[in-house]
Design a binder for this molecule. Structure first.
Ligand code: 5AD
Ligand code: SF4
Length: 441
């Protein structure tokens, strides 16, 4: 039997899908090339914003037609959206045709549940939060040969007031240090050049282990970075996401000593207003945030820094939004991922007064994007004439006659070449700069 995984959402979800595919493949199922060729369709869901959820319910609804035309097809829906407290009612309304529903803690059990459906059981729902026997290493079917994602943490303890992640992914759990290193070594041996260390809040690595075993010498995030840096064959190390509250000056100093790590940093700011940051429960103000940027840039002046921003948080006034515009201009991010605030059921912000109209949010988003795009373009123009190391990844999506690669700071570079260059790191001179990419033509 063949399976197909459709993924919505973040990098964490993309990697979860690689694990789901790995687990299914080791249970003897084969991967289908497209959804039409699959006997088992698995949808990995995201609930971070309402727009994602609406899209996914639409997708799941359409699968009903596919299933009607293909009796015996198994439909499994897994991940964050299924772990929400409102899911029971939603399944009743829109998910009666689903065979298997799994939350974020039970995805590795999918083959077991597929067997039970094949044996004649009706809809199985397992959204239990018991993950005591969650394995430290699971088979993984990776999408990319050069760049791999590696989990180091699960869950989040931060409870930012807008965010649903702590409710659907649970408390912070650090993965075993040895298991992380073993996985990266294996990847390096298989030819992988870049690893992305994943967690909702990677800076917290080890805190839970230290609480559990106060006497043991438990490594922290800096120790993970140091150890992964020593693994031969891995040229670039990224991490996602880090939290400014936990990004200490010491960590910035350690990173500065690690050439494989220091070129890139994603540091979500969320808002440039101190009042809004407090209401978001972020645990830092703009001065503290700026101090980290200065610390990072003092050591590594051409570091690439990206961020996340939310516009239209409840009660955000016009002046507070203007503070965000000013602060974003001052920070000079290379790029920003910008989002309209989306109320999530069960989070404190969804119950706050001063919810902002969709139209106003969209207007603010457009103004913010304009400010950021101007900065991005200005920074990218500074690369023209410079020679940078480009790790060539493959043909460009927009023009298959050209190749695409990335700088150490993760900027996309369009260049000439052929498939023989894939996997090589080449010094290329930048000839042109756009808002979202560089060119070496
Ligand atoms: N509305 C809008 N954006 C959100 N994010 C998280 N929760 C919400 C929400 N309710 C954004 C944050 C986070 C990124 C992954 O998604 O900016 O950093
Ligand atoms: Fe959500 Fe905040 Fe945790 Fe990030 S740090 S996952 S925004 S609660």
């Amino acid at each position: 039997m063949k399976f197909f995984v459709k993924t919505f959402g973040c990098q964490m979800n993309e990697h979860d899908s690689e694990i789901i595919a790995g687990v299914m493949a080791s249970a003897g199922y084969q991967q289908a090339e497209d959804i039409g060729g699959a006997d088992i369709v698995i949808v990995n869901t995201c609930c971070i914003r309402e727009s994602a959820e609406n899209k996914i319910w639409g997708f799941i609804g359409n699968l009903k037609n596919l299933k009607d035309h293909k009796p015996g097809m198994i439909l499994a829906v897994v991940g964050c959206m299924m772990q929400q407290n409102t899911i029971g009612e939603m399944l009743h309304r829109r998910g009666r045709h689903l065979d298997i529903v799994l939350g974020t803690y039970q995805q590795h059990r999918l083959p077991e549940y597929v067997s039970r459906i094949l044996a004649g059981e009706k809809q199985i729902v397992d959204i239990s939060e018991d993950n005591r026997d969650f394995p430290d290493s699971l088979p993984t079917m990776r999408v990319n040969d050069l760049s791999a994602q590696v989990n180091i943490m699960y869950g989040c303890n931060n409870f930012c007031s807008y965010c649903i992640v702590p409710y659907v992914r649970g408390r912070e759990r650090s993965r075993d240090f040895g298991a992380i290193l073993a996985e990266v070594r294996e990847l390096a041996a298989a030819g992988v050049r870049e690893v992305m260390l994943l967690g909702q809040n990677v800076n917290s690595y080890g805190k839970d282990l230290r609480r559990a075993t106060p006497d043991a010498d438990v490594p922290d995030f800096a120790a993970v970075l140091r150890a992964v840096s020593e693994i031969e064959g891995i040229e670039r190390i990224r991490y996602m996401s880090s939290h400014p509250r936990d990004f200490s000056a010491e960590l910035a100093d350690v990173i500065a000593t690690l050439p494989k790590v220091r070129a890139y940093c994603h540091l979500p700011l969320q808002s440039g207003s101190d009042r809004v940051l407090r209401a978001m429960n972020r645990g830092y103000d703009t001065a503290a945030y700026y101090a980290i940027l200065e610390r990072i840039r003092r050591h590594t002046p051409d570091v690439v820094i990206t961020t996340d921003l939310i516009v239209g948080f409840p009660g955000e006034t016009g002046e507070e939004f203007a503070e965000t515009l000013d602060f974003v201009a001052k920070c000079r991010f290379d790029a920003a991922y910008t989002f309209l605030y989306s109320p999530r059921s069960g989070t404190p912000a969804a119950r706050m007064d001063g919810q902002i109209a969709e139209r106003e949010k969209k207007e603010r988003l457009a103004r913010l994007t304009a400010v950021q795009n101007a900065v991005s373009l200005d920074i990218n123009r500074g690369y023209i004439g410079r020679t940078v190391d480009v790790l060539v990844e493959g043909p460009s999506k927009n023009n298959p006659d050209l190749m695409t690669g990335r700088t150490p700071g993760n900027k996309i570079v369009i260049c000439r070449g052929d498939m023989g260059m894939v996997g090589q790191t080449l010094p290329l001179t930048i000839t042109e700069a756009k808002t979202w990419h560089l060119e070496a033509l």
